[in-house]
Design a protein around this ligand. Structure first.
Ligand code: 13P
Ligand code: SF4
Length: 365
């Protein structure tokens, strides 16, 4: 047994094949004590080691159901926080690279959301009239804010159900941090665009008038995903001119205009399923992260399917990409040697409230 944790510096220069062999050996040694969860945006060299893969909802259910002592989350920070909150206290959630965050999640913080709530309190009683809904892509303290104010968490695969749940309790929704997911879903539910206002968190009263706030059904936080904003409606138009038979499928973090031009809109898991289940010989233009699209192309090309990435420029989620075989080998070999590195632990008080908002979501079928 090694007495102190192995440093990451020992791994930085290892090549991918060496890391691969070491990850496999450590995994074998740990057996059922360790589970690796992999989000669909992970690069292949990491993704192939995942025991379970999925979108945020599926992976949070995997984390909640896991019996493993260690949950190694190959994804981003908020996902490992959710794994910690939903697992039992003696289970340990690990994020291989602590710098793997989510730039969209960082666009909302609890100070600004509290300020917004306070400003809304001057006009209406938000605890009676507004359900706070946070996208799972948010820090644990924002989930705790929702738990504390009768709110709920959503993911890209259950937003409509979560909004229905919210409107059955209160007349309005404050939706953060992703404006696009909220707008795209609200519109598909029949809410007119002028009843979904955008809260600019840099402006007093979100840059809105009292009348706009009073008549709004959904107040959308002005956050967005830097990867999905790269997809433009003209990319779809140009592609369809060349291949008019193409089916277009996008993630709901893409803009309203892109989603309106898409035949299908849904979570990463949904995108994979729709294309995998499609007729052989079909052509697909996909508006989501590059690693997923490349893998989907590889998986379906034997069926004669053509899968294309929507943007002409390469755009990956750079924070998902932070998790590399070197970091995974480092955490796995440390676990096998009895050392926990990069533990994600949400403070107890915050975790209890965040769990309330997550349980509200998980209770919806
Ligand atoms: P999914 O829950 O659809 O996998 O989305 C997570 C995400 O971060 C998309 O950018
Ligand atoms: Fe966050 Fe966008 Fe990356 Fe998803 S793709 S993890 S929303 S930055």
């Amino acid at each position: 047994m090694i007495s102190t944790a192995l440093p990451i510096q020992n791994y930085a220069l290892l090549d991918d094949d060496e890391c691969d062999a070491r990850i496999v050996a450590a995994k074998q040694k740990l057996g059922a004590r360790c589970v690796i969860l992999g989000h669909h945006y992970q690069r292949n060299e990491v993704f192939k080691h995942a025991d379970f893969s999925g979108d945020s909802l599926k992976l949070s259910r995997n984390a909640a159901a896991s019996e493993a002592e260690y949950i190694v989350f190959c994804g981003v920070h908020f996902m490992a926080e959710v794994a910690d909150i939903l697992s039992r206290p003696e289970q340990i959630a690990i994020l291989p690279d602590m710098a793997a965050g989510c730039s969209m999640a960082d666009m909302a913080n609890v100070i600004k959301v509290n300020k917004c709530w306070q400003e809304l309190s001057d006009l209406l009683d938000p605890d009676e009239t507004v359900t706070p809904v946070t996208y799972i892509n948010s820090a644990a303290d924002l989930k705790a804010f929702c738990g504390d104010h009768g709110g709920i968490v959503c993911t890209s695969s259950n937003t409509q159900k979560v909004l229905e749940w919210s409107f059955s309790r209160r007349e309005k929704v404050l939706f953060f941090p992703d404006q696009h997911l909220g707008r795209n879903t609200g519109y598909r539910m029949g809410i007119p665009l002028d009843e979904m206002v955008t809260w600019d968190f840099e402006q007093p009263l979100g840059g809105l008038t009292e009348a706009q706030i009073r008549q709004a059904k959904i107040i959308l936080w002005k956050g967005f995903c830097s990867v999905h904003q790269m997809f433009k409606p003209e990319h779809i138009d140009r592609f369809l001119e060349r291949y008019p038979e193409t089916k277009v499928i996008s993630h709901p973090e893409a803009s309203f205009e892109v989603c309106e031009k898409s035949d299908y809109v849904g979570s990463t898991e949904y995108i994979l399923k729709v294309v995998a289940d499609a007729e052989p010989g079909t052509r697909w233009l996909v508006g989501t992260e590059l690693n997923l699209v490349n893998r989907l192309n590889e998986l379906t090309k034997d069926q004669g399917k053509n899968v294309h990435f929507m943007s002409p420029t390469v755009c990956m989620c750079s924070t998902m990409f932070r998790t590399d075989p070197q970091h995974l080998a480092w955490v796995m070999e440390n676990l096998a040697a009895g050392h926990v590195v990069n533990r994600i632990q949400v403070p107890e008080k915050e975790a209890v409230l965040a769990r309330k908002a997550l349980d509200n979501m998980l209770s919806i079928h």
